[in-house]
Design a protein. Structure first.
Length: 195
């Protein structure tokens, strides 16, 4: 059974991301004006994808924290809850592999080795997530000077719809794998199915 966080990712985030993909498809015309508009929509799509994935990861961390807190004596729950959320990187930082791993490590397990064991596609998806976050930062800060970090292959540094679609597919795969890993880990830690 999936977590509520995964259900929201697959329902709500998908709907919002589909809306921006539909806006891209609805662009008409040709020439310079259309190219400018597609670049802007591709940028908006990438930033929205990153923010939606960040929300999923943060929500899953909160949901998992609540499950752990429910497994300790009532007096310890508020203390544990505060410690698990204290200076959580997903509250202020990008959903990059380092921030995600650091926050989930607080729950008592090392996330990325478990993700790799669960899915052979994790490393490729993780690389795409890193690339998405580099692009998110370049767009949000309007600093495209790091050509090496923004290379999309063969020296290309212009963002295409196919790039964002590939990142979205990677985030979908990571979300499902992450949800399963957290479910398994909480079952081991708390001794009962979490959701």
């Amino acid at each position: 059974m999936p977590s509520q966080s995964l259900i929201r990712w697959q329902r709500d985030a998908r709907a919002e991301l589909d809306d921006i993909a539909d806006a891209h498809a609805a662009l008409g015309g040709s020439g310079h004006s259309r190219r400018v508009a597609t670049v802007q929509i591709n940028h908006a799509y990438a930033v929205l994808l990153s923010s939606q994935f960040q929300r999923f990861c943060r929500d899953l961390h909160s949901e998992a924290s609540e499950q752990l807190c429910a497994a300790v004596p009532a007096w310890a729950g508020p203390i544990l809850r505060a410690r698990l959320a204290e200076a959580r990187k997903l509250d202020t930082g990008n959903p990059n592999p380092g921030n995600i791993g650091s926050d989930f490590r607080r729950l008592g397990f090392d996330l990325w080795p478990l993700m790799r064991a669960r899915s052979a596609r994790t490393d490729g998806r993780k690389n795409r997530l890193e690339q998405l976050n580099r692009w998110r930062n370049a767009i949000a800060h309007q600093d495209f000077s790091d050509a090496a970090g923004l290379d999309l292959g063969s020296g290309r540094t212009d963002l295409w719809l196919s790039d964002v679609r590939a990142w979205r597919a990677a985030c979908d795969g990571l979300a499902e794998t992450l949800d399963g890993v957290v479910d398994d880990a909480l079952l081991r830690l708390a001794g009962r199915p979490p959701w």
